[in-house]
Design a protein around this ligand. Structure first.
Ligand SMILES: C[S@@+](CC[C@H](N)C(=O)[O-])C[C@H]1O[C@@H](n2cnc3c(N)ncnc32)[C@H](O)[C@@H]1O
Length: 171
């Protein structure tokens, strides 16, 4: 994953996802601010001089952290078929506080036509190696809506497919 991150825009870069506006503003300090689900940092987190905790869990089981402001999934769902994505969404939806929590999916959102060769190659790699897939916008929306959640917006850095899909629970 370290190699995968090299040279790609970061979702916190200016002119990408408005995290200040969408996450920081209106935050309730009685709840967890941010949960990186499937973050893959392991014990490395303990060495960071930040106010971070490691939470060990299986994202197909009940989510222990309830009512966080943001649940974040980067390059996790493209490893999985639709059925497992929905199992994951179900657990996160149950933990989300309606009207407050955000689910941020940070993944490639492919165009319906003329994706780059790099993206079509990645589709094949994900299918062959993990039984997963890179998805187009409509498929992401269908997956989210079938889980009873709603897509609030999609942000993409210029010239890139990797996008932040912001999802809310209204009920
Ligand atoms: C492709 S890596 C992405 C890691 C990280 N989000 C990043 O962008 O570098 C997928 C991550 O999902 C985690 N993972 C896989 N199955 C999981 C499960 N059932 N519950 C929690 N995490 C899981 C793996 O440990 C790994 O860290």
């Amino acid at each position: 994953m370290s190699g995968y991150h090299i040279g790609r825009p970061n979702w916190l870069d200016p002119n990408f996802y408005p995290s200040e506006e969408c996450i920081i503003k209106g935050v309730d300090n009685d709840h967890v601010l941010f949960l990186d689900v499937g973050g893959g940092m392991g014990d490395d987190v303990a060495n960071m001089r930040l106010d971070l905790d490691i939470v060990i869990g299986d994202f197909f089981q009940e989510q222990q952290i309830k009512g966080a402001r943001a649940y974040f999934l980067h390059s996790v769902l493209h490893d999985w078929p639709n059925k497992q994505c929905q199992m994951n969404f179900h657990q996160l939806k149950t933990a989300m506080k309606p009207g407050y929590s955000r689910l941020l999916i940070y993944e490639n959102v492919l165009p319906e036509q003329n994706p780059s060769w790099k993206m079509t190659a990645l589709v094949i790699i994900m299918m062959a190696n993990a039984g997963g897939i890179e998805r187009i916008e409509n498929i992401w929306k269908e997956l989210v809506e079938a889980s009873g959640l709603e897509v609030n917006g999609i942000w993409t850095a210029d010239g890139n497919y990797e996008s932040v899909i912001e999802i809310v629970r209204n009920h």
